[in-house]
Design a binder for this molecule. Structure first.
Ligand code: GRF
Length: 200
């Protein structure tokens, strides 16, 4: 994907909820000279709060509800794929997207789909990461930006951020501290990845 024109890489952010990472990604992509621009926000949940935030920031935001598709994940993903293609998307950033993806989408976007996970991978893939870090007595926690592969939270790690775990932390207080650094880490990791892709 060589871009001799120097144009920004077209990014879609996929969400299911509040979209605080999505907002940080949109804002960073608007900065002068940013190597990417968020052109589309997609949610599998029509109620996701992030949809209105994206629209308020001038970004097209579309809900593709997974419920009518029942267990047919690939059929849902086929509609998602059509939206991505229609918007000329080149890179996907998952940001609190709570659906497991099938090989249908993962393989099409190999090397061009990123995720942020709230743990220091390979520790604590899956859910309840902060409670697990506290229960294990870890003195550090954090977040990881990684490429998405078929295994959940298993792809190559692109960047990590760390925070201390405090003696009086609850999963909620630790989640809040980690989320703050997610908002800094994810835009930087996405920008670095888009620069790499563009210069290939
Ligand atoms: C973040 O903690 C992210 O690491 C995880 O889901 C959460 C999404 O939060 N994958 P938000 O919707 O970006 O506020």
């Amino acid at each position: 994907m060589t871009r001799p024109d120097g144009a920004a890489v077209r990014v879609a952010v996929m969400i299911s909820g509040a979209g605080s990472n999505m907002a940080a990604l949109i804002d960073a992509g608007k900065a002068a000279g940013a190597p990417y621009e968020v052109v589309l926000v997609l949610s599998n949940d029509p109620e996701a709060g992030g949809l209105a935030i994206a629209r308020a920031k001038g970004v097209a935001a579309v809900a593709i509800d997974h419920k009518p598709f029942g267990k047919d994940r690939a059929a849902h993903e086929a509609v998602v794929q059509s939206e991505l293609e229609a918007a000329g998307v080149e890179v996907i950033a998952l940001a609190g997207y709570m659906r497991l993806l099938t090989p249908f989408l993962v393989n099409r976007w190999e090397g061009r789909m990123l995720n942020i996970h709230p743990s220091l991978l390979p520790k604590y893939p899956g859910l309840d990461t902060h409670a697990r870090a506290i229960a294990a007595g870890d003195d550090q926690a954090g977040c990881s930006v990684h490429l998405v592969t078929e295994g959940v939270d298993e792809g190559p790690i692109l960047a990590q951020g760390r925070v201390p775990v405090l003696s009086d932390d609850t999963p909620q207080s630790l989640a809040q501290r980690v989320l703050q650094i997610e908002h800094d880490l994810y835009p930087r990791a996405l920008a670095d990845h888009c620069r790499r892709i563009r210069n290939l």
